[in-house]
Structures are given as structure tokens and as C-alpha cells.
Design a protein around this ligand. Structure first.
Ligand code: ADP
Length: 333
């Protein structure tokens, strides 16, 4: 059953991509026989968690571990292969596109590259108006203009620049406009996929402050996708660590950074440079990240884990509570 207090609840979510190609690509000779083989990327595997109203829930992990796929599947930009998604207790993973529309206004996404996510042929005014008209067919043009001016002010872009095009702005200002675009439809839940990774370091803090400010003023809930652990530490309430499409640890941010339990989280956090520390205590993992096409048996991390034992090769460790509100998927704990 979905958590009654949760804004978003996902249960055993699975997203696989079939990359077998055309029919001819799928056939090959093996031991003198013609066999058909399908190839699937197992991007998200059995992910379960809930996001509470008003929190900043971060999902971290190395590039390719399935963070973006998870985010897009939650927002139904990709259809899930299995599992359940609940929004305010209502199951949404099987809704038709039409029935999904009211949820689309409530759940918005901010992308990494603001230049790619804004239409270069639309002025800022048109960019910000479009989603408002789409979700409110009967809204008056005066009200739309007011809404656009309000969000532009909120994100720190002067409304008098509304007639300009995206290329006339800097990267930071473009990301402010992307945030404004998400805010015009008055959302409750925003998924921000690496929202500051493409920006200069000096601009990153400004955009993060803007996001935190908007959260306070509008009571927003965030799901933050990033590989940048420094950012996560400062803005998150809880953090989920992903490895090969699975959540291996989930805990309140302060606790996760202070007492990481899973060997993968420990290695990941040990890679954060510390000012003034000449010899970083970086934990070196064995081997390479396996491909999500052929997932390892048992614990997906066992091939790189410094402490793996027989059980880890054979069985999948469940994500279980190892401390209050602190979950980890490891047999060693
Ligand atoms: P992350 O956001 O953590 O970098 P992604 O979710 O982008 O990871 O990717 C997870 C895995 O799924 C990667 O192996 C990636 O190549 C694969 N993948 C992502 N999108 C697609 C797609 N549309 N088709 C096929 N494979 C995909």
C-alpha cells in the first residue's frame, strides 16, 4: 500500500530498454545454430522509495547508473516495464495520456542543458505562456501575463526582457528561464536532473539558492538528480544512492555523509576532495562498473566490493532498515 504521508511513492519500479535493433540484427550463429537474441539495457531495477511533501530528495550515483531514467520513468516520460507509481496516494503508472494531464501540471522537470530544453525560436514570453495555456484552457491573457511576470521576477530575470530569445541570455539566465517555465504552471513536485552541472561554478550556487528560495516561497517538493556529492550534502533532506539501476543506500543527508553504511557509498563519499587534506583517504574499488546489459548475479556490487563473500555472489540483498530511517542493501551489515 502507498504511504499515506508520501507525495510520491514508487514500488519495485523497473525500466529496461530493448536495444536489439532490427530483426536481422537479432539473429546470430551459435554452435552451428541460428538463434535469436534480444539485448536489453536494465537501466532501473526494482527501485522502491517515497518522497515526502516539502523535502529535497536527492538521487546520486555515477554516470550511467540509471538516475535520469528513473526520473523520466517517474514522470511517465518513459513507460515503466513493471512496478507502481503513486502520486498523493493515486496510482498513476497505468493512466492514459489524457488522465495523466492534471498530474503533468503538478509534476514538472528541469533539465541539465537549458539551451537544449528551450525552443530557440520562441521568445521567453511565449516559452513561459505556452504551458499555462496548455493546462488552463479558459485562463485570460491578462492573468497569463501577470503569472509570467511574477515567475520571471521570482527567478531573477527582468520581465522587460520577455521579448528576447534564449540565445540572447547567458547559461545561468537560461537555466533561470527553464526554472520559470516549470514554475508557471504552479507545480507541487519538481524533478531537477543535474540542474547546475552544465553551469560555471560561480553560477551554480546562485541557481541552487534560487531553487531553495522558490521551494520556500511555493512549498515545493524536489527530487534532485546529480552526480555532484558536494551539492547534495548542502541541499538534501534525504539521499538515495544508486548503483547499476538499484538503490543501495537511502538515509537522511546528514547521517549518510557522517556514517555511510554500504561499501559503495563509502567509496563514493571517500572520493570527495577535502580542503587542506593532502592525502585523501580515497577507497579504491576493484574492477570496472559492469554493463547494465549483463547485470552481475546476486548483489550487483559484489564484483567491485572489497568485502564480498559467497552469499553476495548468489543472493540479492534487500534494502532494509539498518538504523532509524537509514536503509542499506548489504549482507555485511
Ligand atoms: P544516469 O542518469 O545515471 O547517467 P541514465 O539513466 O542516463 O544514467 O542511463 C542508465 C543506462 O541506461 C545507461 O547504460 C544508458 O546507456 C541507458 N539508457 C538510457 N536511456 C536509454 C535509451 N533511451 N535507450 C537505451 N538505453 C538507454
Amino acid at each position: 500500500m502507498p504511504n499515506a504521508n508520501g507525495l510520491l511513492d514508487i514500488r519495485n519500479l523497473v525500466k529496461h530498454f530493448d536495444i536489439s535493433g532490427g530483426l536481422l540484427d537479432q539473429f546470430r550463429f551459435e554452435n552451428g545454430k541460428l538463434v535469436r537474441r534480444r539485448t536489453t539495457v536494465k537501466a532501473v531495477n526494482n527501485v522502491t522509495f517515497n518522497v515526502k511533501p516539502g523535502e529535497t530528495f536527492s538521487v546520486v550515483g555515477e554516470s550511467g547508473c540509471g538516475k535520469s531514467t528513473l526520473a523520466r520513468t517517474i514522470l511517465r516520460l518513459y513507460p515503466p516495464n513493471a512496478g507502481e507509481i503513486y502520486y498523493r496516494g493515486k496510482r498513476i503508472d497505468k493512466l492514459t495520456q489524457e488522465k495523466m494531464l492534471p498530474y503533468r501540471a503538478k509534476m514538472q522537470m528541469i533539465f541539465q542543458d537549458p539551451y537544449a530544453s528551450l525552443n530557440p525560436r520562441m521568445t521567453v514570453q511565449k516559452t513561459l505562456e505556452e504551458p499555462v495555456y496548455f493546462h488552463n484552457k479558459s485562463i485570460s491573457s491578462t492573468e497569463v501575463k501577470e503569472r509570467v511576470a511574477t515567475v520571471m521576477e521570482l527567478v531573477g530575470v527582468d520581465p522587460k526582457w520577455a521579448g528576447r530569445y534564449p540565445h540572447e541570455f547567458s547559461g545561468g539566465q537560461r537555466q533561470r528561464i527553464s526554472i520559470a517555465r516549470a514554475l508557471t504552471v504552479d507545480p507541487e513536485f519538481i524533478v531537477a536532473d543535474e540542474p547546475v552541472s552544465a553551469l560555471d561554478v560561480s553560477i551554480q550556487a546562485q541557481i541552487l539558492n534560487l531553487l531553495m528560495d522558490a521551494q520556500q516561497k511555493r512549498g515545493l517538493t524536489y527530487m534532485f538528480i546529480t552526480h555532484d556529492l558536494g551539492v547534495v550534502k548542502h541541499i538534501s533532506t534525504r539521499v538515495a544512492v544508486m548503483y547499476l539501476g538499484m538503490v543501495c543506500e537511502l538515509a537522511p543527508a546528514a547521517e549518510l555523509f557522517q556514517t555511510p553504511m554500504h561499501p559503495y557509498t563509502q567509496a563514493l563519499l571517500s572520493a570527495i576532495p577535502v580542503i587542506g587534506e593532502l592525502k585523501p583517504k580515497h577507497i579504491q574499488l576493484r574492477g570496472e562498473v559492469p554493463t547494465p546489459i549483463n547485470l552481475p548475479s546476486g548483489c550487483v556490487f559484489h564484483g567491485r566490493c572489497l568485502y564480498a563473500k559467497e552469499e553476495c555472489r548468489e543472493h540479492v540483498p534487500p534494502l532494509r532498515e539498518v538504523n532509524t530511517d537509514h536503509f542499506a542493501a548489504c549482507f555485511l551489515l
